[in-house]
Design a protein around this ligand. Sequence first.
Ligand SMILES: [Zn+2]
Length: 231
Amino acid sequence: MDLEGMQQLQEVDIQRDQAKRELQAVLDQISDPPFIGQLDAELEAQEEEARLADQAVREAHAVVQTAQRRIEVTDQRLYSGSITDHRTLEELQRDLYSQRQQLPPLTEAENRATQEAEHAHDASGWLQQLRTGALDVWNARQSELDGERHEAQERVDEFSRQAELLREKLTQDDLDTYDQYRRRRPRVVATVAGGVCAECRLTLPTIVVTRARRGTRAVECPSCGCLLRVA
Ligand SMILES: [Zn+2]
């Protein structure tokens, strides 16, 4: 029984198990894209609001232009010299006065609409930035994890190659024994030094150590069950 060869294999297998756990830890962190459905809905609503605000600006502007044209028309009629009737002239003057009075609130409304549209566009831009930012952070983290996954996978593969080489040196009987033991515990072989099992620290009975030293057949540690190898 090649206990030394089995022990070398177990050390590589233990390292491979560790590398596999590290790989799994990385895989666990790799995630789906962030949920931005809520943000998308908000962004869409905000963009619709901006479109409506733009429409309101165009309408307010048209109202101001119409009012201005009416003032010009009244103004032209009043000073054209073609109207001489005193009452009509007075009426026109009153109209012109009233039309001019109405203009400032309309201009004010147009300015307000313009400001509201600007705010709506700013809010859209801000939400857009938020969305891009969330995706950027996710993308950066995922490519980082992808690199870690690649490295961890390479370590696992390397230990697998080493284990394969060591397995080739063992007989089928030893391999069967090794695999059977290893299904139950990470360590198959424990070194005995100074009469003590290196795995569980038990001071072994002399008879056990003597049998193990002979090495003709497998001797288990009575405490941890490892195959004992006297160095
Ligand atoms: Zn032991």
